[in-house]
Write a protein that binds this ligand. Structure first.
Ligand SMILES: [Zn+2]
Length: 366
């Protein structure tokens, strides 16, 4: 018979496996995932060889630090720089099709049942001078094929870089608005929020919202809490990418609660960009406790070498959240999905039924 001390000594390894397996089996929702940050490293190396992309190395392990955060000091611009190499791979129609298809397949393998995948059509088109409409069509056809073959529902969000011209922003918004019947549901603004203000895009986003697109804005990540207010009040955002720095302004936290603005939080990414100094300092659970709708997402699975299961595990172990809180966040994600009301209600109900009950079990923390 094991003494309590024996059990404690054995618990960590067994627990680690069983908790991971349990979280992996949960049906999940990812509302914040970038296509460009979802490129498999193995695919990257294969495509580089096929298409003769000039790489710093051909060896997979030597290549890894160029596209993944390894032991880099936390840094926002360093994190963004990983995209530079990744985006060079969208050099052919086949490459875009393959990467978009695999991004959905990988999400489905992690038991993600509803995925909103975002991408920047400008960055993808620019590599070979494709049109925004062309790359958009390719991403649509690849993600549709993947969701027909796998048990996952996918919607797309078009992303505009904060450093783009207004002219380009209008073009992207128009392409997304025109593709709503094919799977586009939202418009996003991303990039360097310290150097570039979001305010100049207000008219574009207000127009997009009037066309039926939902709005999410990266804000309060590297930039101040006031960027969150700007996104909600000027750009009609109903969701905020990250919003970690909301805590710096109580009136902004209040706004999020009152307007039910959902935060798409990504713990590992927030650590790697230096937005939080440690996972233990991550505010996701505290925000939930004060009534801000919060969700857990991956951001860039490839750059951060993570999955949504990993993010739940991090939330449990490093942030100290109980399982019940994670399940609540999955339901919050369903409630914040960029879907028509009846479909959204159906999604919430489906997740209510599908998530396993937490009333018993030695591994549960609450
Ligand atoms: Zn993001």
């Amino acid at each position: 018979m094991n003494t309590p001390a024996d059990q404690n000594a054995k618990a960590p390894v067994q627990e680690q496996h069983s908790i991971r397996a349990m979280l992996a089996a949960w049906p999940k929702i990812d509302l914040h995932r970038h296509l460009e940050g979802s490129l498999r490293l193995s695919t990257l190396a294969e495509m580089a060889q096929e298409h003769g992309v000039d790489l710093p190395s051909w060896d997979l392990e030597e290549l890894r630090p160029y596209v993944q955060v390894m032991d880099d000091a936390p840094d926002f611009k360093g994190f963004l720089s990983k995209f530079r190499l990744l985006r060079r791979f969208y050099s052919t129609r086949e490459a875009v099709l393959r990467v978009a298809y695999e991004a959905v397949v990988d999400a489905a393998a992690d038991n993600i049942k509803y995925l909103e995948l975002r991408f920047n059509p400008v960055a993808l088109a620019k590599v070979q001078g494709f049109s925004y409409a062309e790359v958009t069509d390719w991403v649509l056809s690849a993600t549709n094929k993947a969701q027909q073959e796998h048990d996952i529902q996918v919607r797309l969000i078009a992303q505009i870089g904060r450093d783009e011209s207004l002219d380009v922003a209008w073009q992207v918004a128009e392409v997304a608005a025109a593709c709503q019947d094919k799977g586009f549901v939202g418009l996003d603004l991303a990039g360097d929020e310290i150097t570039y203000s979001a305010a100049r895009f207000a008219e574009v986003f207000q127009w997009a919202k009037a066309q039926g697109l939902h709005i999410t804005i990266h804000a309060g990540e590297a930039g101040p809490a006031s960027n969150i207010r700007e996104a909600v009040e000027l750009l009609a955002a109903s969701r905020i990418g990250h919003g970690v720095r909301a805590m710096e302004d109580l009136s902004v936290m209040d706004l999020l609660v009152k307007e039910k603005v959902t935060l798409e939080m990504c713990p590992t990414s927030n650590l790697q960009t230096g937005v939080v100094s440690s996972l233990g300092q991550h505010p996701v659970w505290a925000y939930q406790q004060v009534g801000i709708p919060v969700t857990i997402n991956t951001d860039d699975p490839s750059i951060s070498s993570t999955t949504l299961t990993d993010e739940y595990l991090v939330s449990l172990r490093n942030i100290g959240m109980p399982l019940r809180a994670i399940q609540q966040m999955i339901l919050t994600a369903a409630e914040a999905a960029f879907l028509p009301e009846t479909e959204r209600k159906r999604l919430v109900e489906w997740f209510r039924q599908a998530l396993p009950p937490l009333s018993t079990g030695a591994l549960l923390k609450d």
